[in-house]
Design a protein around this ligand. Sequence first.
Ligand SMILES: CC(=O)SCCNC(=O)CCNC(=O)[C@H](O)C(C)(C)COP(=O)(O)OP(=O)(O)OC[C@H]1O[C@@H](n2cnc3c(N)ncnc32)[C@H](O)[C@@H]1OP(=O)(O)O
Length: 441
Amino acid sequence: MTAEYRDMPIDAESEQRLAAQNLSFGLVDTTDTETFSAWLRAESRGFHEANPTAELLDVSLKGVADRRTTGVWDPSAAEPLSPVSTVSSWPTALTVPGTRTVPAWAISAVTVSPTHRRRGIARAMLESELRTAARFGSAVAVLTVSEATIYSRYGFAPAAMMANWQINPRRLHWTGPDSTGRVHFVSLEQLRDEGLALVERVRLDTPGQIEFSGHLWERLLGFGSDSSGQAKNLRAVRYDDAEGVSQGFAVYRVTGTDGSFDTNVLEVDYLVAATDDAYAALWRFLIEMDLVSEVRAPLRSVREAFAWQVSDFRAVRKTLERDHLWTRILDLPVALESRAYSGQGRIVLDVSDPLGFAQGRFLLDVDAVGAGKVTPWDAVTPDGVADVSLSINEVNALYLGGVSGVTLARAGRVTENRDGSAVVLDSLFQSAVSPWLSIWF
Ligand SMILES: CC(=O)SCCNC(=O)CCNC(=O)[C@H](O)C(C)(C)COP(=O)(O)OP(=O)(O)OC[C@H]1O[C@@H](n2cnc3c(N)ncnc32)[C@H](O)[C@@H]1OP(=O)(O)O
């Protein structure tokens, strides 16, 4: 990937708005250790994290150096080299329904110093990111959020939910299929070298996943976190099918080992499976672990097949279900034409977008094989064609098939301009695979 996204000029509109408050807006040269370290410390402070140790700082200086790294500085502050706002971003690929991807722009590390909050700095930064992403040619911006109250105002909406699962292994037995392959213990170093190819292989199966490597991948395996902490407890297993081909892996840890072995909790940090066989084998391995009284699986899909592979429905429950991946369509025709649809049909989408990126009326025409064509539509809606009005937020909520159009119509968030249009919306946008993103970024 070229690094041109890092060197694109800073957004002039936001630069001017911030300059009017005597603030300077600029890009960080991530090869300049002093400036980049100050930025990383400001980011940690913004999230109320501990000041990074020299070891962690070193990991970040290398690990996220390839991100477009932006800051706002206040020359009148006591520490003028410490930015009062941080944001980082990079191009990625977002999986959409139909085992395809759309060019996306990942946004992370959004912080504003508590000394400078609520004076429009985040708005200037976010709008700048969206304009920069659009200029770069990303059709969608994506982020994972600290609070669900911040990003709707910029046109984002939750497009993929997540669930934390809790399993009581002592109340159930495995009723799913037997697998024909083998589970092997592997070292985290081996997984670091071999595992990403598997993640890449399955990325297209689930709408909502993004392309990732490097820092995000290493962090999943505990590298780059405090080496004296939880990383030490991580164990990794790999599943090889009957032919000896690796088809999945899991990373987990057991905590609570107080000597009595009565209250051990097995936490599944990551599990990826390329086949149903691998999925069943890995979950069975974890659920049947001896000396464990609870299995926790955070950040999983809201629809997990393992709930249907055990003897007691009530021994498996979601302890949390909430928004996870938020999307913001910037180029509506490209975004909508990138995904496949679940039925044939035509619908006019009358989209309002206060930031202007996707404002307008569009005809979405889906053919018999689920390919969509989007045409700007100023004319009267043709006979027999569905027609809805909605804001860009609702288009984002619907984009990956994570919510039903009928639900949004009932909620008053989609207006049917012709009766039955929300059902048409559903028949087109639903996804057989529930959207899910397996990481934080
Ligand atoms: C992708 C990510 O990185 S998610 C992480 C987001 N960052 C954090 O949670 C770190 C801690 N919080 C912060 O650093 C800051 O409070 C931020 C970044 C959330 C907001 O920064 P600010 O500069 O204060 O926001 P700004 O003044 O631009 O406010 C813009 C709008 O957002 C609203 N807003 C800002 N923060 C919040 C919040 N936490 N909850 C709800 N609304 C908020 C403001 O009221 C304002 O609304 P309006 O435009 O309707 O008037």
